[in-house]
Ligand binder design. Structure first.
Ligand code: NDP
Length: 509
């Protein structure tokens, strides 16, 4: 991969076009880049510029078959004889290579997704490297559990690889989420077929170069590009050779995967949609709560499953908090994702931007709330960005709990505002949606924070913060936000078969 040190701000696009981007994102099967069997490909559009700089090979059943054959062969080859320590060294090498290429990967991820380079450079890509380093160490030190029975017998539960595992990932945090699954799956000795979102194929393709450089045996990791239903995604889920699917994406896609995986009894892990909230009590430190709630709503253009897309605020401080949020929004700089000054880039695609705008138009035409700011495509975009997928950060107050704006995942830069009087009301509003992934609560009262955190139906609750993660802990949601948990030992458990071996050490009297 071309070193990121060779570019500067002015020629980032040139650098990407001439030295980084492939003419086509090809599948990576058995250690080699391949076109589709029938040569089919589709155009990838860069969301900020509404331009296509490269094509993507369009995979389906034939390419998934090839990838499964390669992964099955690799599962019984040298990879199957590696120890946790061997694999930890390999994972650290991959993590080091991501770090060495951080700028190039960050630029590629930024143009592919439309998100600001500052976020991919300082957030997504370093975290992708960290995923490998973290799971390398964890898996090397947590590979069995032993119990001694009352009769002296010794019971040991070991983790064995599942075999061929399928990873299906979304477009909002492409390399970050692919590596979140790849690292523990590899650490546990599995072989892998990754199907990235069709909208963001680039970083997974570039990662494969680094996997080869790290010396990973051929067939251990395979990447097949394509669409979901009736395409590569569905073929992967239906394939009898694939033992498990770890999926992150929309709730409705999770249902389809569950149906398609039923015949072959796939082991499944689902990280699905969310409808998070920032809940601010009267005694909160507003210097902390306002900027954090603003970041929770608008980071990554609001396209984060953990986004705090609902502001639920005590009625006595509602005006102060809303004024503070509106002031913070004025500081958001919408622009070219490759520009260092940009803090809000493009949404993933014009189609998606139109879907987000549709929610706001629905609120406007139905008089469902008061649009306090935004609610439109920015007026003064430079010519190069004029047809990009941009949308202004939007705040809508006074929306009823049963409205689509509160109940559905908008997945864009739209923040709704609701008020409450009592903790019971705050809990009811927060939990009163079909999703149950995450929320934040802001208060100086520790007991109140605990009471709130333990009462809401959410998989993750942040107290006086947002998006702080320790990779050891369980990640996932309740209700329609997911099935199962990943993170730390939960990921190791998902990507393993457990086997218990018992030895009768003391003869029975
Ligand atoms: P989608 O569900 O549309 O797609 C996710 C992946 O699934 C893509 O690779 C997609 O392929 C593939 N896919 C789609 N249909 C099928 C199918 N029938 N069989 C197999 N694979 C299929 O999600 P998005 O990409 O739109 O991502 C946004 C969603 O992800 C949001 O709902 C967000 O909340 C959720 N998400 C959840 C997280 C969590 O941890 N809970 C974290 C991050 C995001 P293709 O792209 O070609 O359609």
């Amino acid at each position: 991969m071309a070193s990121g040190c060779q570019h500067n701000k002015g020629d980032r696009k040139q650098f990407l076009k001439s030295q980084v981007l492939p003419d086509r994102c090809r599948h990576f099967i058995n250690g080699k880049y391949l076109d589709s069997c029938n040569g089919e490909a589709f155009k990838k559009t860069l969301p900020a510029y509404n331009e296509s700089w490269f094509d993507v090979a369009l995979g389906g059943t034939a390419e998934i078959d090839l990838a499964v054959q390669a992964a099955e062969k690799a599962a019984s080859g040298p990879w199957s004889r590696t120890t946790p320590g061997d694999r930890a060294k390999m994972l650290h090498r991959i993590g080091d290579l991501i770090e060495a290429n951080v700028e190039t990967l960050a630029l590629a991820e930024s143009v592919d997704t439309g998100k600001p380079y500052s976020e991919t450079r300082n957030g997504d890509i370093p975290r992708s490297a960290q995923n490998f380093h973290f799971f390398a160490d964890l898996a090397a030190h947590q590979n069995f559990e032993t119990w001694i029975g009352d009769d002296g017998s010794q019971h040991t539960t070991i983790r064995e690889p599942l075999g061929v595992t399928g990873l299906i990932t979304p477009w909002n945090l492409p390399l970050y989420l692919a590596t979140w699954k790849l690292a523990p799956a590899l650490a546990q000795g599995n072989t892998i077929i990754l199907k990235p979102a069709e909208l963001t194929p680039l970083s997974a393709t570039l990662l494969c170069e680094l996997l080869n450089e790290a010396g990973i045996p051929e067939g251990v990791v395979n990447v097949v590009h394509g669409f979901g239903a009736n395409s590569a995604g569905e073929a992967l889920v239906r394939h009898p050779g694939v033992k498990a699917i770890s999926f992150t994406g929309e709730t409705s896609t999770g249902s389809a995967i569950m149906r398609d995986g039923a015949d072959t009894l796939k082991k499944l892990s689902f990280e699905l949609g969310g409808k998070g909230a920032s809940v601010i009590f009267e005694d909160a430190d507003l210097d902390l709560a306002i900027p954090t709630a603003c970041r929770a709503a608008f980071r990554n253009q609001g396209q984060i499953c953990l986004a705090g897309s609902r502001l639920i605020v005590h009625e006595k401080i509602a005006q102060t908090v809303v004024d503070g949020i509106l002031n913070h929004i004025k500081k958001i700089k919408i622009g070219d994702p490759l520009d260092d000054a940009t803090t809000m880039g493009a949404l993933i695609a014009n189609d998606h931007r139109d879907k987000v705008a549709g929610f706001v138009d629905h609120a406007r035409s139905g008089r469902l709330g008061e649009i306090l700011c935004g609610g439109k495509i920015p007026d003064a975009l430079p010519t190069a960005l004029a047809s990009g997928a941009f949308y202004e950060p939007t705040v809508i107050a006074g929306v009823a709990q049963n409205s689509r704006l509160i109940q559905d995942e908008i997945f864009g830069p739209v923040l709704t505002v609701q008020t409450f009087k009592t903790i019971d009301e705050a809990i009811a509003l927060t939990s009163g949606v079909l999703y149950g992934l995450s929320c934040s609560v802001y208060t100086r009262d520790g007991a109140l924070a605990q009471q709130f955190a333990r009462s809401v139906r959410m998989g993750m609750v942040w107290i006086n913060c947002w998006f702080i993660r320790d990779l050891h802990t369980a990640f996932g949601g309740m209700k329609r936000s997911g099935i199962g948990r990943e993170g730390g030992r939960y990921s190791l458990d998902f990507f393993s078969e457990h086997k218990t071996i018992t030895t009768a050490l003391v003869a029975k009297l």
